[in-house]
Design a protein around this ligand. Structure first.
Ligand code: MG
Length: 274
């Protein structure tokens, strides 16, 4: 028996799917579940119906999740912050192309970061505050999702291959407990092009999960990792539950759950029994 989560309360489509799957419909809070014995191609159903569908894994202990680690750019927020900074200085064409290539997995992340930073070398960090205030928007459901986890005693963390300034702003605005991002050197208010410490690439993101597990005494199987780009792949591999949010095709291959159409709150559908 398989349980399919239908992340919507739209009756006609769920009835059509249940009929095709010869399944039984169960109404839950904010979503439906279909229980079926029939085999099906979930990818095809997602594409044909343009809806979020996921398998509820009855062997996985969703109630034992203790920590949620999320990427920032294009996951908790709708933009790529480095691209937004670049726009302020008319450098968006050069920069956003490199960001996109890195997120698709066509370009090594560390190289892409160094390259983008070298283009930004010399610019003033005085624009960061206004870029954050004017360009950064939470992804739909981000606040609700963080609040849901917090109210269920699940720890939260943001890990970003972007700049620490933005990650810390987001951290404090959303009330996230932990944060890791790139530290770039700034002297006399201008970006020198140097990075302080390790560049937060895919491996460093995964290492951060290990560090947090050590700190809190959690097992990696009790961790949710959420992201959208190629530099989130390694953390998807170590986490117990991995979520691709409006993600690049390369990342989806490594994830247990896909949110392709709806908001981040679709993830709550797995935890309503917590
Ligand atoms: Mg991202």
């Amino acid at each position: 028996m398989k349980t399919l989560i239908f992340h919507s309360l739209e009756t006609s489509t769920v009835e059509k799917l249940a009929l095709e799957l010869r399944g039984e419909i169960e109404l839950r809070k904010n979503h439906y579940r279909i229980h079926t014995n029939k085999n099906f191609d979930i990818e095809n159903y997602r594409l044909v119906n343009n809806i979020d569908l996921n398998i509820f894994d009855t062997n996985f202990d969703y109630q034992n999740i203790k920590l949620m680690v999320s990427d920032m750019d294009s996951t908790l927020i709708t933009v790529e912050t480095i691209d937004e900074v670049a726009k302020e200085f008319g450098l968006e064409k050069e920069i956003s192309l490199i960001t996109e290539e890195a997120m698709q997995g066509h370009l090594d992340f560390t190289e892409s970061f160094k390259k983008r930073l070298s283009i930004l070398k010399g610019i003033s960090n005085s624009s960061f505050e206004s870029v954050y205030n004017e360009k950064v928007e939470f992804s739909p459901g981000a606040k609700e999702l963080i609040n849901f986890f917090k109210s269920n005693q699940i720890k939260t963390a943001v890990v970003s291959g972007g700049l620490r300034f933005f990650a810390e702003k987001l951290q404090s605005q959303l009330g996230i407990e932990n944060c890791r991002a790139n530290d770039v050197e700034i002297i006399n208010q201008s970006i020198t092009g140097n990075v302080l410490g390790n560049i937060i690439d895919a491996k460093e993101k995964a290492k951060y999960i290990d560090e947090l597990c050590d700190q809190y005494k959690f097992k990696s199987s009790q961790v949710i990792a959420m992201g959208d780009g190629a530099n989130d792949i390694e953390m998807m591999k170590v986490a117990g539950l991995s979520i691709a949010y409006h993600a690049k095709p390369i990342l989806k291959q490594y994830c247990d759950i896909q949110i392709n159409f709806g908001s981040l709150t679709n993830l709550i559908d797995f935890f309503e029994d917590v």
